[in-house]
Design a protein around this ligand. Structure first.
Ligand code: PGA
Length: 229
């Protein structure tokens, strides 16, 4: 079954969360990444959750740790989202987090993708991100890649199906040749209820990472329905 991950970022107010949680039932292949402060509300509803980011088990103001997430039964995290990379997170930092995540038995959704200026050298960018983020990693069982072209995030612009197919193929071939592993790859960037039918036709797609459209329950349910059809 394909995966649907809802990255709700810091979009929602408490009222939005209450509306979202009202009557919703979600299948097992759906993972929600709520804003940290709302996690307990989602937990009460028994949803599968992941954190949007995580920090090593050390004292840093404003961060949450693997141990804290684990204490709530959460064992999945997004890492390397471009919005985190734009703050301060380098491939080296993400690599440390991935290794610590593996030690903590966490599942990882690792985001990679090129900027608009890097479109012509997409494969070089993807290769560098993957090689540096996965340096010295030996256990790939719990790693999923999310291919998210940065220019497609929150912009309404998306690559053609063929371009997405080629990028996913590149990521799968590369990880297969270097690490001898069959990795799952999601697509993320402006996925919504209108374009999901087309995106869902991409042959090598293992699921989608949905940002803004995951905060509106009707929109999100439509996306899930198409993916599960
Ligand atoms: P978007 O965000 O769907 O709002 O473009 C995707 C993401 O940032 O993961």
């Amino acid at each position: 079954m394909k995966l649907v991950v809802g990255n709700q970022k810091n979009y929602m107010s408490l009222k939005d969360v209450s509306l979202f949680l009202k009557d919703i039932k979600l299948n097992d292949n759906v993972i929600i990444c709520p804003s940290n402060i709302y996690i307990p509300f989602y937990l009460k509803r028994g949803f599968k959750l992941a954190t949007q980011n995580i920090c090593e088990n050390k004292t840093i103001t404003g961060e949450i740790t693997f141990s804290q997430a684990k204490s709530l039964g959460i064992n999945t995290t997004i890492l390397g989202h471009s919005e985190r990379r734009s703050l301060y997170e380098t491939n080296e930092i993400i690599n440390c987090k991935i290794k610590e995540a593996i030690e903590n038995d966490f599942k990882i959704i690792l985001c990679v993708g090129e900027t608009e200026d890097e479109m012509n050298e997409k494969e070089i960018v993807l290769k560098k991100e993957l090689e540096e983020c996965l340096k010295d990693v030996t256990n790939f069982e719990n790693i999923i890649i999310a291919y998210e072209p940065i220019w497609a995030i929150g912009t309404g612009k998306i690559p053609s199906n063929n371009d997405i197919y080629e990028s996913i193929k590149y990521i799968k071939d590369l990880t297969n040749s270097i690490y001898n592993t069959e990795i799952k790859v999601l697509y993320g960037g402006s996925v919504n209820s209108e374009n999901i039918k087309e995106i869902n036709q991409i042959e090598n797609l293992d699921g989608v990472l949905v940002g803004k459209a995951s905060t509106n329950i009707d929109e999100f349910l439509k996306i899930i329905e198409v993916v599960n059809s």
